[in-house]
Design a protein around this ligand. Structure first.
Ligand SMILES: [Zn+2]
Length: 393
């Protein structure tokens, strides 16, 4: 089997589809949809894959906006390509998931075009709700990643990074219950739930100075009271705690919670809390990353190491990387530095440069999937490396 010839054919297929992929990426960008609401994006992507002659299962894993398409030839390994398409409230595609979506579809078309010469399956998985909701975790639990030997995707960024530091995360919902009273006539009859929350918040802010540099503690107040002339009887916040080291994350979680417990003691308000969504740190599979690096290099892109001291957020792909050999490399869509989750990044996610990067990503992902399906030695290395990985719990 001539691997180079297969990759050239896959690249030619992606070039053929490039215009349609660009149109899709821009259409999804124009209609940003948040977690689990991505009805336009998932339908547009699934329709396009179907129009190219591939079977599509919509509503995969019981999630309305998920979909799966698989092309299989005989028995062999299964490689999954993850396709994200959700946006952020208020600022749209400030994380560039419109480009993740079309790079994944392009990569799938490329591999599927040569699938008769490969043994095994290529599975495109439309994964909703990366920005909160952990869609991939739900899809994995529903069996959508069943029999997947390796999973790949790319994320747009402002630098080309092979193995970014994407840390573990835990969501904490806190709620204080106090006692309502007239804020002028008899405030002394009340218990101020908002004051409790603000005291806890202040303690949490002070804690930020005392944690390791890869730790992040942030959030928003979701309920600050009911009326300004009532002593607030309820106040609530959603906090996110992140750190690279899982045992350290556990320590920071205890300390964050203690801030709010202390505030409850100080005010007499009752604290209720719940630890929610959890994301694992991304564990980059090094043999797969090396294959992606070589493939990107063959397309003229050189991926570097992560920037020192930099944390790149968190992703539900981290949870997949704990279960299946995976990669989640970054390719830049901008000239200069542009932070994610900003209006500037949303603007950068629809430029000619962004679309060109999306084409490169589609090809590099397709080539890497072809390597994994055609080279049992590479898949074995990936699995050996996965088995030897440091465990996160
Ligand atoms: Zn993202």
């Amino acid at each position: 089997m001539d691997l180079q010839a297969l990759k050239q054919r896959a690249a030619a297929r992606i070039d053929d589809a490039a215009r349609a992929l660009d149109d899709l990426a821009l259409a999804i960008h124009d209609r940003p949809e948040t977690a689990f609401e991505e009805r336009f994006a998932s339908a547009a992507l699934a329709d396009f894959v179907g129009s190219q002659g591939y079977p599509v299962t919509r509503g995969a894993g019981g999630l309305e906006t998920a979909f799966v398409s698989e092309t299989k030839n005989g028995s062999g390994p299964t490689v999954a390509i993850c396709c994200e398409y959700d946006a952020l409230p208020g600022i749209g595609h400030g994380c560039g998931h419109n480009l993740i979506a079309t790079s994944a579809v392009g990569a799938y078309l490329g591999v599927a075009a040569v699938s008769r010469e490969l043994k095994g399956a290529i599975r495109l998985i439309g994964t909703p709700a990366e920005e909160g909701g952990a869609g991939k975790v739900k899809l994995h639990a529903a069996g959508v990643f069943k029999d997947v030997d390796a999973a790949v995707m790319f994320h747009p960024a402002d630098a080309d990074v092979l193995d970014p530091l994407m840390v573990a995360l835990r969501v904490l919902d806190v709620e204080f219950r106090g006692k309502a009273a007239h804020a002028a006539a008899s405030p002394y009859d009340g218990v101020n739930a908002l004051d409790a929350l603000m005291l806890g918040w202040g303690a949490m802010s002070a804690l930020r100075q005392l944690v390791r540099s890869d730790t992040r503690i942030h959030g928003m107040i979701t309920d600050g009271g009911q009326a300004s002339n009532i002593i607030p009887e309820r106040a609530a916040a959603r906090i996110i705690v992140r750190a690279a080291d899982p045992s350290y994350l556990g320590e920071v979680r205890r300390r964050v919670l203690a801030c709010f417990e202390g505030a409850a003691t100080a005010t007499g308000a009752e604290l209720r809390y719940e630890w929610g969504e959890a994301m694992d740190m991304v564990t980059t599979n090094q043999p797969m990353a090396a294959a992606f690096l070589a493939n990107a290099r063959s397309l003229g892109r050189e991926l570097g190491p992560r920037r020192a001291g930099e944390t790149s957020g968190s992703t539900d792909m981290g949870n997949i990387s704990s279960l299946i050999p995976s990669i989640h490399p970054f390719l830049s869509v901008s000239e200069g530095r542009i932070p994610w989750h900003s209006r500037d990044f949303a603007a950068a996610a629809r430029t000619p440069r962004a679309l060109e990067t999306m084409h490169v990503a589609a090809k590099a992902l397709a080539f890497t999937a072809i390597d994994l399906l055609a080279r049992p030695d590479l898949l074995k290395q990936a699995k050996d490396s996965f088995a030897a990985r440091p465990r996160s719990s």
